[in-house]
Design a protein around this ligand. Sequence first.
Ligand code: FMN
Length: 376
Amino acid sequence: MGGSAFYNFALRPYFFRHRDPEDSHSETVRFLSSSFPSSIYARSSDIHSDVLSVDLAGKVQMDGPVGIAAGFDKDAEMLPGLANIFDYVTVGTMLPYKWEGNPRSGAPGTRRIVRLDAKRSMLNCLGFPFMGLGEAVGRLGRYNGKVPVSVSIAVRPPAEGQSLDDVYEQFRSMLHVLAGEASKISMIEANFASPNTKGLAVFFDEGVLEHLLGMIRAEVGIRQKLLFLKLPPHIDDPGKEKNLGIAQRWLDANGNGITVINTLRMDDNRLSMGAGGLSGAELYPAMLKNLKDYRNRFGREPIINAVGGIFPENVPEVMIGGQADTVQVLTPFIFYGPTYVHDAKALLAAELKKRGIPSLKELREAQMSGKLAQKQ
Ligand SMILES: Cc1cc2nc3c(=O)[nH]c(=O)nc-3n(C[C@H](O)[C@H](O)[C@H](O)COP(=O)(O)O)c2cc1C
């Protein structure tokens, strides 16, 4: 399983003792929003920062490539604690308003999160629970840590009686509130890729996606931020062409990059909705293949954040063979624990050294010039 003995034998059993993983998560929120973790885990960003520092388009600098993925800290409650562990922190997905998400249970015994311990994977059908924009942005405003923050944002599809214009208006108001704390935000990740919200894919439609991106670029304060689009997984050729087409339109419309991938929709009667998204180790092969599909089509230039079942031992393959610019992690962090970042960076630095590559920056240059390109 890896990870530290303290996490494996003390913390994880303590967090995992709850029957419902959502209760474990609430426990984690309490733990990581306290000052205790900082006292036991040294800041991981400094490790090998001479070799592993990352510069995204000359706009965002990080001490290393490892970030926490969207969904772990939906309400920005753990920002200081996570900033102590990760090279960058994604908060959200935020919505324009408070939202309960999908029902916490449906048929008896069902839940919104199911942990598949033996597979180091999870299923969830949360459906964007969010406690409210004002509070979350308030917490963002109080953040004074050193690592860059990415804010994941979404809107929900038009409800009955609503038009797309109503939703655009909600989106605009959310952007305006976020712009109030623009100095705390380095990146924005638009997420219309969750499998748990019916009708969300309307935002990928021709014209709609471009309109939403244009609205972000029109909001003074956040217009200069790096903008990413999170994509759903594809598992066949038609899915691949569809996703590559969406990514192409985003990049053509001046998006800076993409985040690959969100969870994979699966039916499962242990979930309150009867279906949900798969994350963790089981998602890794599809993620790596998807990542290479994007690189083969778009080349090395656009920024790609890789996410999906990336355990520390996978990080060198994702960064070197997969040509990712950053990696994000959620489920593997839960299984592996807070030493994730330290261990992933040690493995990556060792692999670069073994290959005679002085730094991640030089790795990128070599990949750009085609010297290290790995066509699949
Ligand atoms: C419990 C849970 C909640 C998530 N919530 C979000 C979310 O709010 N927004 C989002 O873009 N992705 C969300 N995700 C997807 C993750 O960010 C990530 O794309 C996916 O889990 C694959 O990465 P992993 O294997 O490292 O978890 C969530 C995933 C999980 C397991």
